[in-house]
Design a protein around this ligand. Structure first.
Ligand SMILES: Cc1ncc(COP(=O)(O)O)c(C=O)c1O
Length: 382
């Protein structure tokens, strides 16, 4: 199989990640639940990984790196844990349902009002819209670092400056960029960074996190066992325990820790350059195919390695099935959990076929995928 669905999850993990999870499965106890070697080993692993992630994302305090099971959970904590009755939030039409649904929930349950920065036909936004939409009740800007549909990246530093100037909370969904693009929360002005471990971080599924920059009061989504202060009737208030009820995914965290080491040792710039080259090569090879429609702004280098497209009016699911079953090429079709982005692109009905590249892909695979697409476009009727 040629795997080109890395924006959904990376299938190929570094060997050190596989080893770390395998070893963890036979050695880890429960962090903060005991003083025997198994529990202490897990405590040490969790502590080390928090520090590693804090340094990786430029989060000033490692105890404010919260482990979650994915970015969806991190986004729910960030959004539902900070917004109050009557708040106004600015977001964008690029967002994934993991941002939109918690926001709609806050709209219904707490009367939070929402403003959406629009996008043009290429999925690009006008940054001045953030400024234009700010009102006295505006409490937060919530936005993605990169669209999981078009691959367009947002200038987070620029939005961070606007948020800082207006004293707004800045919540960033880094699901598509964490591990593939350098992120520094302080330099970029990010208040809350939500990431997932199983995409470009190349860690196991079931891992992710929320990084908190500064003194931000966040109400927990879950309460429960913490291994400390057992006689308190409510969740302990200190971070990270405040937001981490229940047993942590120690086995996953072991893999995530190894994944961060792998990225650091390989060099995030090396990873990014390779993935960019793959996407650019594929884009160049397919641009001449008759009736191909490619979405997103490919004139900029500030992109995620994603190429989303359609062939004439063919249903995207039919094209993706043909790629999978006749050519062994894995892509993703359909609506990509980004309903407002599809509306902006005019692809609600057709969806789009998304090719997303990862560190373990090769130029040869890009060439094979481009050739398969050319043949499908030539035949047209499937
Ligand atoms: C932009 C974006 N946000 C959020 C998510 C949710 O990630 P997870 O399913 O790991 O929580 C995804 C996953 O596809 C995504 O692409």
């Amino acid at each position: 199989m040629i795997y080109l669905d890395n924006a959904a999850t990376t299938i190929h993990k570094p060997p050190c990640v596989v080893r770390a999870v395998t070893e963890a499965l036979t050695s880890l106890g429960n962090a903060s639940r005991g003083a025997h070697e198994g529990a202490l080993a897990t405590n040490r692993l969790v502590y080390r990984t928090r520090r590693k992630l804090a340094s990786f994302f430029g989060c000033p305090e490692s105890e404010k790196v919260i482990f979650t099971c994915n970015s969806t959970e991190a986004l729910n904590i960030a959004i539902c844990g900070t917004l109050h009755e009557g708040d106004h939030v600015i977001t964008t039409v690029l967002e994934h349902n993991s941002v939109l649904r918690p926001l709609y929930r806050m709209q219904n349950e707490r009367g939070v009002s929402l403003g959406f920065v629009p996008a043009d036909k290429q999925g690009c936004i006008d940054y001045a819209d953030f400024e234009r939409m700010i009102r006295p009740q505006t409490r937060a800007i919530v936005c993605t670092h990169a669209s999981n549909l078009t691959g367009n990246m947002l200038d987070i530093r620029r939005i961070g400056r606007i948020a800082k100037e207006h004293k707004l909370l800045f919540i960033v969904d880094a699901s598509q960029t964490a591990g593939a693009v350098p992120i520094d929360m302080v330099q970029m002005g990010i208040s809350l960074l939500c990431f997932t471990g199983h995409k470009s971080m190349m860690g196991p599924q079931g891992t992710g996190g929320l990084c908190i920059n500064g003194d931000i009061e966040i109400e927990p989504l879950k309460t429960g066992g913490s291994g400390v202060q057992s006689f308190l009737t409510e969740q302990p208030r200190e971070y990270p325990t405040r937001l981490e009820a229940g047993t942590l995914n120690g086995h996953g965290i072991a893999g995530l820790s190894a994944a961060v080491d792998f990225i650091s040792q390989t060099g995030i710039d090396v990873i990014r350059a390779h993935e960019q080259e793959l996407a650019r090569t594929f884009y160049r090879l397919i641009t001449g195919i008759p009736d191909i429609h490619i979405y997103g702004d490919h004139t900029s280098d500030e992109r995620s390695p994603i190429v989303a497209l359609n062939i004439a009016d063919l249903d995207s699911a039919i094209v993706a099935d043909e790629l999978a079953y006749s050519y062994g090429i894995a892509t993703r079709a359909g609506a990509h959990c980004a309903p407002l982005m599809h509306k902006a692109l005019g692809t609600q009905e057709q969806g789009a076929v998304r090719f997303s590249f990862g560190f373990y892909n090769t130029i040869g695979e890009c060439e094979a995928a481009a050739e398969a697409l050319r043949q499908i476009a030539d035949r047209r009727v499937l």
